[in-house]
Design a protein around this ligand. Sequence first.
Ligand SMILES: NC(=O)c1ccc[n+]([C@@H]2O[C@H](COP(=O)([O-])OP(=O)(O)OC[C@H]3O[C@@H](n4cnc5c(N)ncnc54)[C@H](O)[C@@H]3O)[C@@H](O)[C@H]2O)c1
Length: 363
Amino acid sequence: METISIGIIGAGYIGREHARSIRLIRTMFGDKVKLVGIADINIDAAKNAARDFEIEYATDDIDAIINDPKINTIFSCVPTKFHFDVISKAAACGKAIFCEKPFAISPEQAQQVHDLLISTNTPHQIGFVLRYAPTYHAMKQLLAERASESKLRTIILRDDQVFPIKGISHFTDWRSHAELAGAGVLIEHGIHDLDLFEWLFGKITRVSANSKNFHGYVGIEDQIEIRMEFENGVTANMIHLWHDIAAHQSIRHFEIFFQQSLVTSDTYDMHHITVRNSVAESKFERPDLYRMIADQPLFKDIAHREDLVFVSDYYAIQDYWFVRNLLENKPLSPTIVDGLRAYKLAYACYDSAEKDGAWVATA
Ligand SMILES: NC(=O)c1ccc[n+]([C@@H]2O[C@H](COP(=O)([O-])OP(=O)(O)OC[C@H]3O[C@@H](n4cnc5c(N)ncnc54)[C@H](O)[C@@H]3O)[C@@H](O)[C@H]2O)c1
C-alpha cells in the first residue's frame, strides 16, 4: 500500500490507545499515514477521540467509516462480540484490518473470523501487543543465555488485574456480560499470556485448569489456575485473576526456574527483570533492557526517536510496525493463525475446567 488512511471503529480504551499511537508515529512516515475517521455508537466518545488525537472526523455511523473510499485500513476496537461484524464488512470492502484480541465470543466465531480473513486474503494483524514489548524481547534474550548454562525446569506466572469494569482506566461494563465478552479473565486478558508463552517457551501440548467466579457474573470466570506442559516436557503454572484491589492495578509476575538460575520479572508499565544464579543477583532496569534490545530489527529503526516513541510504549511500537509493514508490503504479525491458536489454547483450558481439571491435549 502506498499510503495508509485509517478509520477506527470503537473509541473506548483501546480505540483511543491506537489513535494516540498512530498520532505519535505518523510523523515518521511523512504524509503517508493519515487518521481519517473514528466511529462509536457513543458519539461523544468518538468526538472526544477525534478532538484529542487530531482525527479528521467523528461519527456514530460505523458503516460510514467502513464504506468511506478515503479510508483503506480499519482498526476494530469494539467489544469482543462486534469484531466479526466489523471484520466482515471491512474485508468485503477490501480494507486492511487491525483487529483487537480476542476477536470472537466463541470458538465457532473464532474459526469464522479465521476462515474469512484467510479466504479473502485480507492483510491483517491481531492485537497481541506483548509481542512488541521490549521487556519480553529482552527476556527472550536472557532466557536463551540461561538455557545455554542449565536446563529450564518450570515457569510460574501470576497475571492479575483490577476487574476492568468501571474502574480507574475502564469505563464500560461489557466484560461482565458473557454474551458480549464470550467468557472471563482468560479469554479477555490471559489470551495474551497463552500467545506469549508459546512465543517464549515453545508449543504447549496439554493443559489442566480450574476456574472460579468470585464476582458472580454468569459465565465470567474471574480466576483460573492452569497447569501446562510444553513439547520439551517443561511444565508451567499460570494463574489469572480479576480482583478489586484498586491500589494494585495490573501486574504480570514471572518466575522462571532453570537448574542453576532464577529469572523473575514484574511487568506493569515498564518493567524490570532480575536474574539470580549461584554467584550473583543481577537487576536489569528499564535502560538496561532498552540497551539489550536496541539493536534488534524490531527496535533499531525507532531507537533514536524516543522523543516520539518511549521505549516502554509497546502499543505505539506495535502500530508503527503494522503501518510500516503495510506500506512496504511485508508480512504482518501476529496473524489470525496465531490468534486462533491462542483462542484454542484458552478453550482447551475451559474444557479442562469443565471436567474438573482433567488434562486436555492442545493438539
Ligand atoms: N490488546 C490489548 O491490550 C487490549 C486492551 C484492551 C482491550 N482490548 C480489546 O479491545 C476491544 C475493546 O475493548 P475496550 O477496552 O476498548 O472497550 P471499551 O468499552 O473501553 O470501548 C469499546 C467502545 O466501543 C463502543 N461500541 C460498543 N459497541 C459498538 C458497536 N457495535 N460499534 C461501534 N462501537 C461500539 C463503545 O461505546 C465503547 O466506546 C475488546 O475486544 C478488548 O478485548 C485489547
